[in-house]
Design a protein around this ligand. Structure first.
Ligand SMILES: [Zn+2]
Length: 335
């Protein structure tokens, strides 16, 4: 009696052998129909590498012979029945991006499939530079970096929302500290961080797009750009140099590698699509990228005080196109 009790415990609530009268495939469900007055015992295991379910009904038998070919579907790549030692088992190979769950309907055992391919797997953080009391760069005394950055960031959000979860560090004209921006992204478990900015230079002849990634070492030029973007922290009382370096050395290298590849492609794609100069990519110690636990870039879309660039930077059509190009590169990076 004690042994029997242990057996009951091991097999859970479903401890009885049964007879499978048929297996029905309908939509996302595979039903194993049992004749008898109790739920059958079952065991299930899943080999995720081979996407193979092994479903076993110990002590049960089949009352009919199944044609295994009838059970392949958009969810099931391969199905085969095995009879052994008075038990019956099934090898069910799932198609890609399919998950499964089990349940009972009366005494019938149900395998339900779920297509995960349409689900959004990744989260992208979009960071519109500056905002609120911090205008960023100003061009021709009337164009503000914060306004252009927000506008492109919103178009980028609209584009990326089709395939990704999106989190924005700001979606209105508000001030967000440099330290809080990556914090918002980390909290949302974002997989990538894209910061949108507009460049400025003393000489109005400078033009074009450039993309930055986080690097502990900077070239003198990249250092200057970083100093400007980082100055927000100093100006508004945030000691950005004190933000803890949270990325480990390994993660830093891995993230940097991804960021560099992404930065290069994005810079080239933007320049080509917008008919702008590709000024290339640079590594620099940006406070806004430093705190994020993943790959990230800072895009300088163009120069706010250059005549040709500002026309594009302020045109909604061009802003949308810029967003589309960045989104295209994000998509390429993940899919
Ligand atoms: Zn900026």
């Amino acid at each position: 009696m004690k042994k029997l009790l242990i057996l009951f415990l091991i097999l859970g609530n479903f401890c009885l052998a049964g007879t499978i009268s048929s297996v029905n495939e309908k939509g996302s469900k595979l039903s194993f129909l049992f004749s008898g007055s109790a739920k059958p015992a079952y065991q299930i295991s899943y080999d995720s590498y081979n996407r193979l379910i092994f479903l076993e009904f110990p002590g049960s038998n089949m009352s009919t012979k199944l044609n295994d070919k009838n059970y392949t579907s958009k969810y099931v790549e391969d199905f085969s029945t095995v009879n052994y030692d008075g038990s019956v088992g099934f090898f069910i190979k799932l198609n890609k991006n399919i998950s499964y769950s089990t349940s009972f309907s009366g005494n019938d055992f149900i395998l339900s499939f779920n297509d995960k391919s349409g689900k959004k797997q990744y989260t992208i953080a979009i960071d519109a530079g500056h905002g609120g009391k911090d205008s960023g760069a100003v061009g021709y005394k009337k164009y503000y970096e914060k306004t252009i950055a927000l506008s492109v960031a919103k178009y980028l959000r609209d584009e990326l929302q089709k395939d990704f979860n999106v989190v924005m560090t700001r979606d209105s004209d508000v001030f967000v500290t440099l330290g809080n921006r990556p914090r918002i992204a980390n909290k949302a478990k974002a997989n990538m961080f894209v910061s949108v900015h507009v460049n400025s230079a003393i000489k109005n002849t400078l033009s074009g797009v450039e993309v930055f990634y986080f690097s502990k070492k900077s070239s003198p030029y990249a250092e200057r750009i970083a100093a400007f973007e980082n100055s927000v922290g100093d100006k508004y009382g945030e000691k950005t140099s004190n933000i803890v370096q949270i990325m480990g050395e390994l993660a830093y290298k891995k993230n940097q590698e991804i960021s560099i590849g992404f930065a290069r492609k994005t810079s080239a794609a933007l320049a080509k699509a917008m008919g702008m100069r590709d000024r290339g990519i640079h590594g620099a110690n940006f406070a806004v990228l430093r705190g994020f636990n993943g790959p990230g870039v800072l895009v300088e879309l163009g120069f706010i005080n250059n005549n040709a660039d500002i026309k594009k930077l302020t045109s909604p059509t061009a802003q949308k196109r810029m967003a589309q190009e960045i989104a295209k590169m994000v998509r390429e990076n993940f899919y």
